[in-house]
Ligand binder design. Structure first.
Ligand code: FEO
Length: 174
C-alpha cells in the first residue's frame, strides 16, 4: 500500500496530467479556429495521450489500495500565438511535467517505495520522448520561419499523427 504522502503526491500528479490534457485540448481548439488543421490534429492526439497518463496513475492508485481524489482543473489559456510559440509553450510545460515526475521518483526513493519507483520509470521514458518530439517540431518551425509553403508542409505533417494507446502494464512487462 502507498504511504499517505505518496498517495497525495500521485493524486496531485493526476491533476497535473488532467491539466496537460486540458491545455492541449485548448491548443487544438485554438488551432482549429485559426485554420491550422494539422496542428489541431497533433494537439488532439496529445490530449488523448495525456488522458492515458491520467488513467495509468488512476489505476495504480486504485491497485495500491488508496482512493483517487479528483480536484478542480485550472482553466488553460485560450490564445497561443504562432505555431512556433505554441510548441515552445508545449515544451516548457513538458519540462515542468518532467520535473514533477522526477520529484515523484525522489519521493519514492526516499520512502523506499520500490513499486512506485518502478511504476514511474515508464513516465521517465515517456517524458524523454515528449520533449524530443517537441524539440524536433520546434527546430522545423524555426527553419521555415514565416515562409508559407514550409508552414503548410509542417501542418500537413502534423495532420498525419495518429493516437496509439500505450501498451498496458502487462504488455510492457512481457
Ligand atoms: Fe503526461 Fe505530456 O506528460
Amino acid at each position: 500500500m502507498l504511504s499517505e504522502k505518496m498517495a497525495t503526491a500521485l493524486n496531485e500528479q493526476i491533476n497535473k496530467e488532467l491539466y496537460s490534457a486540458y491545455l492541449y485540448l485548448s491548443m487544438s481548439a485554438y488551432s482549429t479556429y485559426i485554420g491550422s488543421k494539422g496542428f489541431a490534429n497533433w494537439f488532439m492526439v496529445q490530449y488523448q495521450e495525456e488522458l492515458t497518463h491520467v488513467m495509468k496513475i488512476y489505476d495504480y492508485v486504485n491497485d495500491q489500495g488508496r482512493q483517487v481524489k479528483l480536484k478542480a482543473i485550472t482553466q488553460p489559456p485560450t490564445e497561443f500565438g504562432s505555431g512556433l510559440e505554441m510548441f515552445e509553450k508545449t515544451l516548457a510545460h513538458e519540462k515542468f511535467v518532467t520535473k514533477c515526475i522526477n520529484d515523484l521518483v525522489n519521493l519514492a526513493i526516499n520512502e523506499k517505495d520500490h513499486a512506485t519507483n518502478i511504476f514511474l520509470q515508464w513516465f521517465i521514458t515517456e517524458q524523454i520522448e515528449e520533449e524530443a518530439n517537441d524539440n524536433e517540431i520546434i527546430s522545423k518551425l524555426k527553419l521555415v520561419g514565416k515562409e508559407g509553403n514550409g508552414l503548410f508542409m509542417i501542418d500537413r505533417e502534423l495532420a498525419t499523427r495518429i493516437f496509439v494507446p500505450p501498451a498496458t502494464s502487462n504488455e510492457t512487462q512481457a
